[in-house]
Structures are given as structure tokens and as C-alpha cells.
Ligand binder design. Structure first.
Ligand SMILES: Cc1ncc(COP(=O)(O)O)c(C=O)c1O
Length: 203
């Protein structure tokens, strides 16, 4: 067990009622940010203290794509974080509850800001992409997959009849439904913002 560095606005920090700490045994090391996005410099505010038995050992960084504030990491920004994190012997997790929205916004393939950018493990959000429920955990780095099925069961995330949940992803991903739905959601969000805010949309 150890610590995970995340933005103070991260969903895992703000909206899970302490579940990462209670269920995962993970200490979250939160970093304030201007826009919900971590950078190598911001990560370094909390990524320290290895070998100090008094401090939870930073093992991973978690970033959210798109962020809880509606901002989006570019592929280069993710790559810079991944390289920084890996150089410190840590892993990079991406909370992709809105991964499809990021792909639609950036107009690049999913892999450009995930696998190709060095992300070790991510969640692909179905709930916010039109599914009834369901998220997929994708271990891009085989090392991050070690023991994952046991953790899933142990943490009561292996539902019976899981295949019915999983089947939704076939419909979502076999064509471009995931991307069309996300592009539509982005367009509606932009419309809502334009109608309700005096501020212009930002990245
Ligand atoms: C950024 C982020 N991560 C994770 C979650 C959790 O998603 P779910 O409750 O659908 O598993 C949410 C849901 O609001 C979210 O916004």
C-alpha cells in the first residue's frame, strides 16, 4: 500500500467519501491546481519521501481526462507527466470517466493520449457515455494488470451476470457510437455554457 498523488479537485479525492482510503488503503496526496490539471512541477509538490518510513510512499499519480473542471490534457501534456512519473518509479493512472469526451474534443484517436502517451492503467467510462452503467478498467502496462482480477473480486466489483454489463461496451465500441455520443455531449455542454455564462469557452 502507498500513496497516490492527485489534483485536489480529483473525483477520487472529492466525491468518493474516502473510499480510496478505506477500501483501497491508499493515502491520497492532493495538490491544488489552477484548472484541475496536474503538471510535473505540481506532482513534485507531493512526490517525495521515498524510503522515509514515516511517510506514505508515493506509488502512482492519478489524472482525470477530461478533468472535473472540464479542462483537457493534450497528448503532449500526458506524455510529459508519464515520463516524469516513470522516471521516479511511479505509475500513471488515468480516470477516464469522460475519456470519450476528451477524444472528441481533442479530435485524436484514444490511444494518442493513453497508450501512446505512457498511461499505465485507466478507466474507460461508460456511464457518462450513454450506458446504463459500467466502467472498464484497462491495464495498458502488463505490470499494472498483475493481480487485478483478484483485487476486483476482493473489492466486490465482480458482479454476477457481468456479461450483460460488458455487452453494452460491444454496442458502444464496435462502431463510432462512443464518439458520436461524446461529440454530441460536448456540443450540448458548449451550448449550455454559451447560454448561461458571460465567459467564453476555454480549453
Ligand atoms: C471524474 C469521475 N471519475 C469517476 C466517476 C465515477 O463514475 P461512476 O460513479 O459512474 O463509476 C465520476 C462520476 O461522477 C467522475 O466524474
Amino acid at each position: 500500500m502507498g500513496a497516490v498523488v492527485c489534483a485536489s479537485t480529483a473525483h477520487i479525492n472529492m466525491d468518493e467519501n474516502g473510499a480510496p482510503e478505506r477500501i483501497g488503503g491508499i493515502k491520497l496526496l492532493q495538490v491544488p491546481t489552477a484548472d484541475g490539471k496536474l503538471t510535473p512541477e505540481l506532482i513534485d509538490k507531493e512526490a517525495w519521501g521515498w524510503g522515509d518510513e514515516h511517510r506514505a510512499q508515493p506509488l502512482a499519480v492519478s489524472i482525470t481526462q477530461t478533468t472535473e473542471l472540464g479542462t483537457c490534457y493534450t497528448p503532449d501534456e500526458v506524455r510529459a507527466i508519464a515520463e516524469h512519473v516513470h522516471a521516479k518509479g511511479m505509475k500513471l493512472h488515468m480516470d477516464g470517466a469522460r475519456l470519450a469526451n476528451a477524444a472528441a474534443h481533442l479530435d485524436v484517436p484514444l490511444r494518442a493520449f493513453t497508450r501512446d502517451a505512457g498511461v499505465d492503467i485507466l478507466s474507460f467510462g461508460g456511464t457518462k457515455n450513454g450506458l446504463l452503467f459500467g466502467e472498464v478498467v484497462v491495464a495498458l502496462n502488463p505490470a499494472a494488470a498483475q493481480g487485478l482480477i483478484y483485487l476486483r473480486k476482493m473489492n466486490m466489483q465482480l458482479a454476477s451476470k457481468m456479461r450483460f454489463m460488458s455487452a453494452q461496451f460491444i454496442a458502444l465500441l464496435e462502431g463510432d457510437l462512443w464518439l458520436r455520443s461524446a461529440a454530441h455531449a460536448n456540443a450540448m455542454a458548449a451550448r449550455l455554457r454559451a447560454a448561461s455564462s458571460p465567459f467564453p469557452a476555454s480549453n
